[in-house]
Design a protein around this ligand. Structure first.
Ligand SMILES: *[C@@H]1O[C@H](CO)[C@@H](O)[C@H](O)[C@H]1NC(C)=O
Ligand SMILES: *[C@@H]1O[C@H](CO)[C@@H](O)[C@H](O)[C@H]1NC(C)=O
Ligand SMILES: *[C@@H]1O[C@H](CO)[C@@H](O)[C@H](O)[C@H]1NC(C)=O
Length: 403
């Protein structure tokens, strides 16, 4: 009697195991499990190079999970970040290729954290760019993932780096500040890649204005990669917002998110370099028109951009694009409007389609530049090493394919 019970018990245990296995096989056949890829980073002063890395990572799977390194860990490994974790997380969440974010991840992917990624977050592959990520002790931050055979690599994006952007910011304040402040002079030396001397005005673009030392070469393919490639639906309410969107930051993201809620399709007008320098001074913008366009295009709230929008929002423009509402944020750069210039939104106001948007965040491009100057000693240290390795990279580089 007792034996019979044992046999029955065993049989049901076996069938349970077999049943589970069957389910597993069936489940696989019915619907392919999405491939989940993971990428981490500091994402400090996020730029279109970061966005492009996330785009490439997402293309290696079906769902992209992004880990944002904590402030403390960045401080230990690289020096203090310019943007707080909340600001960095907001920027990463706003990128249209990102599906999930894990906040405050460690700088190094330890074996323990890696297993957590695999088990808890169901990650299949860990992705990183082809630039080496070396820990303070000289070891490779991705060694564990490589050993586990769960590592995939993407190409770094040409033409931009945070080091380069900080350098451009310092140049932008240099002209008026360098003579009176030795701090700015030494900072400028640190950040300028050795590309310039104090007499060098940098490479001016065709218009003779704006940004310097950019290695960025805009291609039509890159713009297509970033584009949604979809127009508005037949009944769509089209919202228009314009601006410089220089050093694309959390304040911009919040404004775009709020603007999108006025309709179904958000069209963003990006002012030309000439327009921006005309209103903000000859050393602005810090990022080129095409760089600014890519940053805005990567934002999930944006449907389309006008690459080089006019300052005046004309009636013709409103008709051409069938714009239902023109939105303008309250938190603009100081000194944005020139004396005697007519109101760029006069036509929209006359048509009764102009809306003022209370900017949710009090952040401007100047806020960021100010942070860099305030914390200059720390950034100086942080960039010494970085500039060196960047220079090395540019000296030894070869063909880079644009995918
Ligand atoms: C223009 O936009 C309105 C919504 O504001 C929409 O109803 C209309 O169909 C659009 N016109 C065209 C020609 O798409
Ligand atoms: C605004 O800009 C003009 C020149 O573009 C300059 O002369 C003036 O001092 C600026 N005003 C402020 C408050 O910065
Ligand atoms: C925004 O910034 C301005 C100027 O820096 C300041 O006067 C104002 O109090 C700030 N507002 C908020 C809500 O922080």
């Amino acid at each position: 009697m007792a034996m019979a019970i044992v046999v029955v018990g065993l049989a049901s245990q076996y069938s349970e195991i077999l049943g589970l296995q069957n389910l597993g096989i069936k489940g696989k056949r019915k619907k392919k499990k999405p491939v989940r890829v993971y990428m981490d980073g500091c994402f400090d002063m996020m730029h279109y190079g970061h966005a492009n890395a996330l785009r490439q990572a997402r293309a290696l799977g079906d769902e992209l999970v992004v880990g944002v390194v904590s402030d403390e860990e960045i401080k230990i490994n690289k020096g203090p970040p310019v943007m707080s974790m909340d600001e960095r997380v907001a920027m990463v969440r706003a990128v249209k290729w990102v599906d999930e974010v894990i906040e405050a991840v460690p700088y190094e992917i330890t074996e323990e954290f890696m297993n957590k990624l695999f088990k808890e977050y169901k990650i299949d592959y860990i992705i990183h760019g082809d630039d080496p990520c070396i820990l303070p002790d000289g070891s490779d931050a991705y060694a564990h993932a490589k050993k586990a055979g769960r590592y995939k690599q993407i190409k770094r994006t040409e033409g931009v780096s945070s080091t380069d952007i900080v350098g451009r910011m310092l140049l932008c304040v240099r002209d008026r500040a360098v003579s009176e402040s030795p701090v700015h002079a030494s900072l400028h030396q640190q950040f300028s890649h050795g590309h310039s001397t104090s007499h060098d005005k940098g490479s001016l673009n065709a218009a003779g204005v704006g940004t310097r030392f950019s290695h960025f070469l805009p291609t039509s393919r890159r713009i297509v990669q970033f584009s949604n490639q979809k127009g508005p639906g037949p009944e769509a309410r089209i919202v228009y917002v314009d601006g410089a969107f220089d050093l694309f930051h959390a304040g911009h993201v919040e404004t775009l998110k709020a603007a999108r809620q006025f309709g179904d399709f958000l069209l963003v007008g990006i002012h030309t370099d000439l327009t921006v320098s005309g209103h903000r001074g000859a050393n602005h913008p810090i990022m080129h028109l095409h760089e600014r366009s890519l940053s805005v295009l990567a934002c999930r709230y944006v449907d389309e951009v006008i690459i080089g929008a006019p300052w005046q929002v004309t009636k013709d423009m409103i008709t051409t694009f069938n714009i239902s509402v023109v939105v303008h944020g309250t938190c603009a750069e100081p000194n944005e409007s020139k004396n005697g210039e007519s109101d760029p939104y006069a036509a929209a106001k006359e048509m009764g389609i102009f809306k003022i948007l209370e900017s949710p965040l009090n952040m401007t491009t100047s806020t960021i530049i100010q942070r860099i100057l305030t914390n200059h000693e720390a950034y100086k240290k942080r960039n010494e090493k970085k500039v060196e390795s960047e220079n090395k990279y540019y000296q030894s580089k070869t063909y880079v394919n644009g995918d």
